[in-house]
Design a protein around this ligand. Sequence first.
Ligand code: ADP
Length: 250
Amino acid sequence: MKSSRKLIDENGLRVDGRRWDELRPVKMEVGLLANANGSSYIQQGKNKIMVAVYGPKEAHPKHLGNPDRAIIRCRFHMAPFSTEERKSPAPSRREVELSKIIREALEPAVFSEYYPRSMIDVFIEVLESDGGSRCAGTMAASLALADAGIPLRDLVAACAVGKVEGQIVLDLNDVEDKEGEADMPVAVIPALGRISLLQMDGQFTEEEFAEALELAQKGCRSLYEIQKQALKQRYLPEKEALEAEEKGGK
Ligand code: ADP
């Protein structure tokens, strides 16, 4: 629903004080859950999302298995306390859609052909929800896959762009998402030069679409660096300790 509140002030600042081309503060971590094969946590604006990955494991029931590759199953779920008003814990149509599109955004990045007749389960749990939760969930899911040691062609970086009071803006928050004129989530797999998710809600002119897509890709490049940093933070100290041990043993 539209409100009378201004979403961009006279100084060009958005409701949370950002300029049009700025991302929200973002924090990513991997390897937080002891009982999953891979896990990650992302905080982006007010989004707080936890991801757990199980697998690759033998497909069960067996008839679901593909003799050529692993199948990926994805569940995007929002906790009842993740929204302003309590949300039913039952999967909504939106969560079913998001589970599908996030799976499709991840699939091209995974070397699933290495694991025939197997299954990889990805659980995305939204603890607190702001705009762009599908993008944040996609990035965190690719980190959790990497944390599980599943070979990837690359990580998947994602962010939304949109139009607010006629201005193209990067990384919409909840208010901009709901009250703005357009919202376009984009996911990219940098090593493949491939866009694996592109949706649009609202309207852009052809020129605005081109400008928005360029801005989304720029946002994804910055987020991709933060994703790599999260993996390095978790695994570089371990690698350096191992190398030091090896050197000491020589
Ligand atoms: P995205 O989070 O990827 O931008 P949407 O554009 O569909 O996805 O949703 C925008 C925002 O609407 C969500 O981030 C969330 O904050 C809010 N939202 C989604 N589902 C609900 C719900 N059932 N109840 C309240 N708010 C919701």
